[in-house]
Design a protein around this ligand. Structure first.
Ligand code: GLU
Ligand code: ZN
Length: 295
């Protein structure tokens, strides 16, 4: 096979173990890359130490390995990338594209999470302040491979957003855009909880002169009781001996056909077949998983 220009990635946050929903996202991203002979990178999004769960980084890497989801090259840790983030924040601030915000949480109450622009022209000093990026009064849109057209007016629906927190920690929006560009990522496959974060990322890409990757947001798994499956559950780690059945469940959640003969196969064998048969167009834009498939 000639080397594919496709570069995909999985970017877990070590705030908890991988759960079934994150396995589905990792698997979709891996398959989408491997089906075309592309590269698949792993990036640990450890920008928020207070929210990190001790042991989660290693446990995530172990689970991925045990489930046969091998990545290319070294794992990138965002905690090692602070210099790169600092440089960009500094530049945006100097150019007046970002500004210091001293609003307290209390002051922002009642604005529905949309920043009212209080500090936009205040000229506050950087020290001890959060840094916000000015957003244009424009709609940013893109075509998602599963969710279709998505559009969001940044001024009205988001407002100026934080790129560096008051405590100095860098925001996800900034780190994700810088690292995807730095790692040469061409294709982002991730959970639909991030669909409405994407227009902010498109704006940052435009501002920094990066090319726009393709996006595929896989639907969130809604449990039969209507709850979304997520980290808030503090799910236990996915058991290594469950790799084959859980991969098969994850494939079914992605609308892929699974051969019952694979139930006794190794994770590597399941993945080899799934990679050959990968059909991203079979992913539903919403999904529900039978209760039995969540245990
Ligand atoms: N670190 C994010 C998460 O675990 C994913 C970021 C991304 O894929 O863009 O939810
Ligand atoms: Zn403010």
């Amino acid at each position: 096979m000639t080397p594919s220009p496709y570069v995909g990635r999985f970017a877990p946050t070590p705030s908890g173990f991988l759960h079934f929903g994150s396995l589905v996202a990792a698997l979709a991203s891996w398959l989408d890359a491997r089906a075309v002979g592309g590269r698949w990178l792993l990036r640990m999004e450890d920008t928020d130490p207070p929210r990190e769960m001790p042991g989660a980084r290693d446990a995530i890497l172990h689970t991925l390995e045990g489930y046969g989801l091998k990545w290319d090259g070294e794992v990138v840790f965002q905690s090692q990338r602070h210099d790169a983030y600092a440089e960009v924040v500094e530049r945006l601030f100097r150019q007046g594209l970002a500004y210091a915000c001293t609003c307290s949480r209390k002051q922002l109450e009642g604005s529905n999470g949309i920043y009212p622009g209080t500090c936009r022209n205040a000229g506050h000093a950087r020290e001890g302040a959060a840094i916000r990026l000015r957003v244009p009064e424009l709609t940013y849109r893109f075509s998602d491979r599963v969710q279709g057209e998505f559009a969001q007016h940044l001024g009205r629906e988001v407002g100026d957003f934080i790129i560096q927190r008051r405590d100095g920690l860098y925001a996800y929006q900034l780190a994700v855009v810088l690292d995807d560009a730095w790692q040469g990522v061409t294709d982002i496959v991730r959970g639909a909880d991030l669909l409405d974060n994407t227009p902010r990322q498109l704006y940052l890409q435009e501002l920094l002169g990066f090319s726009q990757p393709r996006y595929l947001h896989i639907p969130l798994i809604i449990q039969p009781d209507g709850h979304k499956l997520g980290k808030s559950y503090r799910s236990p780690p996915l058991a290594p001996e469950q790799a084959t059945p859980l991969l098969l469940r994850a494939l079914r959640a992605l609308g892929q056909a699974t051969d019952p003969a694979l139930e006794g196969a190794s994770p590597g064998e399941v993945l080899a077949v799934a990679r050959q048969q990968w059909r991203p167009d079979a992913i539903a834009s919403r999904m529900t998983v039978p209760e039995a498939d969540l245990r």
